[in-house]
Design a protein around this ligand. Structure first.
Ligand code: S3P
Length: 172
């Protein structure tokens, strides 16, 4: 069985994914890292040299690859479910469950404000106010995809351990 973690940038997909995979003794795959290894470039580097359209194209190709892996916890990128028919691929993937890690705007702003550099979509935003406005609009647009997940879990003010526990309780 595969567990697919979905959520906005900064929602904790990687941290939760790693811990969950250890507890379940599953493989852990982070789609962003997978892309970086395959392309021998960082996500920021790919955006800079080849542009976002190229990134979305290869993101889909590598999504299809990771969905075929056995017994894995897979953390997607924040935008992965929101392009082309990716969310359809995710929901129709065999023997897999998707989990939306739902964080509020203030919580995302808090987590992302000092980490903008690694994230090409928000690295140009200067003030916290701009970040609040951007995330608000962007999250609203993306929620329609995120909300198609099998399970939605609020992550605000919860510890990693309690989120992992909740995921397990919901899925097994
Ligand atoms: C993106 C999120 C990033 C990465 C890329 C684009 C997005 O992943 O895939 O920078 O569109 O939200 P994280 O959610 O792991 O930061």
């Amino acid at each position: 069985m595969n567990i697919i973690l979905i959520g906005y940038m900064g929602s904790g997909k990687s941290t939760i994914g790693k811990k969950l995979s250890q507890i379940l003794d599953f493989e852990y795959v982070d789609l962003d890292n997978y892309i970086e290894e395959k392309e021998k470039n960082t996500i920021s580097g790919i955006f800079k040299t080849k542009g976002e359209i190229y990134f979305r194209k290869i993101e889909k190709k590598y999504l299809e690859e990771v969905l075929r892996l056995p017994n894995s916890v897979i953390s997607l990128g924040g935008g992965t479910p929101c392009y082309g028919d990716n969310m359809k691929l995710i929901t129709e993937a065999e023997d897999s469950k998707s989990v939306y890690l739902k964080a509020s705007i203030p919580q995302l702003v808090m987590r992302l404000k000092d980490e903008k550099n690694k994230r090409p979509l928000i690295s140009h935003l200067k003030s916290e106010e701009q970040l609040v406005e951007f995330i608000g609009k962007h999250l609203f647009e993306r929620s329609v995809f995120y909300n198609q997940s099998n399970v939605t879990l609020s992550v605000d003010n919860k510890s990693v351990n309690s989120i992992v526990e909740e995921v397990i309780l919901q899925l097994f």
